[in-house]
Design a binder for this molecule. Structure first.
Ligand code: HEC
Ligand code: HEC
Length: 289
């Protein structure tokens, strides 16, 4: 908060407290008459002092406010004498939680991945980690969705052995499928899309596919091979099966070819410990087996 707002908050708070105190005190004295002189329809307004219990509660709440504002942050940038903050409290709870589970993660982290996959408890821990850290993108059951790969099938874009999956988690992955719209033109794109569907064994316009084949063999084979096989070094997926990251209709494939795709799996090295990555790698391996 800038100095201006800092003082604005402090003055605003103190002045309203003072105003409330003044209101309280100024209403303690009465006119001395029995009524205020207000009368309507035979009902008279009596002029009594505020009841003591009510004044007492008012005073207690003002005193409470002053103690609270002295101890907790509330007055502008002033930290409060207690130096409490919600971030620190959250961090302390996270630390306590981590300390409680550290021995479990260390124990599982030392076990070989194949053995972990057969260990029910380890896989339960893995599932919980997965739900916390991965399910927002890959789904609770790791089935994926548009743009997010299914981790339970047999196709691995970046490789499915222990080291490949571990590297995917540690370093993250950024796929680079360039945009070919400008180079191919709209019709050219539709033709290649039909050829891709032919490679995948899906129904297609034979004439368009024949016209698209040459472009495919010139441009696409560098990353997708003549048969439509993927390359785990580039993260290009297989095009010759019925597993699709971005959809398999002519329209969807054409969109992919026209605009390119840059799927991004975020690196976990700074988020998860080595032990957790080991457990998660084993959990992910277990999903497709
Ligand atoms: C430089 C390498 C490269 C070239 C050249 C390339 N691609 Fe790709 N392609 C990729 C990568 C990497 C991906 C994965 C993108 C992602 O995961 O976000 C991909 C994804 C795709 C997909 C999506 C597959 C799915 O599962 O949804 C299609 C379709 C595709 N490419 C077709 C083509 C066609 C057709 C050409 C030629 C016009 C081509 N690609 C050229 C690297 C390439
Ligand atoms: C912000 C979204 C996001 C989160 C969170 C995320 N992923 Fe991913 N992940 C992706 C995307 C997108 C890809 C595909 C990248 C590409 O297009 O090649 C991917 C790819 C992968 C792959 C490679 C799949 C293959 O076929 O090779 C694995 C394994 C994986 N993620 C596991 C995980 C695990 C385990 C976690 C939790 C620690 C996780 N991901 C968290 C978005 C995410």
């Amino acid at each position: 908060m800038s100095a201006g707002w800092h003082w604005f908050v402090i003055l605003g708070t103190i002045l309203s407290l003072a105003a409330m105190g003044w209101l309280l005190v100024s209403n303690r004295t009465t006119s001395g008459e029995e009524t205020t002189g207000h009368e309507w329809d035979g009902i008279q307004e009596l002029d009594n002092p505020l009841p003591m219990w009510w004044v007492g509660m008012f005073v207690v709440s003002i005193v409470f406010t002053l103690i609270y504002l002295a101890y907790y942050p509330g007055l502008g940038n002033f930290d409060g004498a207690g130096a409490w903050s919600s971030e620190d409290q959250h961090q302390a709870e996270v630390d306590a939680h981590e300390a409680r589970f550290a021995p479990l993660y260390a124990e599982l982290g030392a076990i070989d991945s194949d053995a972990l996959m057969g260990d029910r408890r380890a896989m339960q821990v893995g599932r919980r980690l997965f739900i916390n850290h991965c399910s927002t993108c890959h789904g609770v059951n790791a089935n994926g969705s548009f743009g997010f790969p299914n981790l339970t099938d047999e196709e691995w874009i970046w490789g499915g052995d222990y080291n490949a999956i571990r590297t995917t988690l540690v370093q993250g992955r950024v796929a680079q499928m360039p945009a070919w719209g400008p180079a191919l033109g709209e019709e050219g794109v539709t033709n290649v899309a039909n050829y891709v569907r032919k490679l995948a064994g899906l129904d297609h316009d034979a004439e368009a596919a024949a016209a698209g084949m040459q472009s495919y063999n010139t441009i696409c084979i560098a990353c997708h091979t003549p048969e439509g096989k993927g390359n785990p070094l580039l993260g290009s997926p297989d095009l010759d099966n019925d597993i699709w990251l971005y959809g398999s209709s002519v329209e969807e494939i054409s969109f992919t070819i026209t605009h390119g795709r840059q799927g991004n799996m975020p690196a976990q090295a700074d988020i998860l410990t080595d032990d957790k990555i080991h457990i998660l790698t084993s959990y992910v391996r277990s999903l497709s087996q």
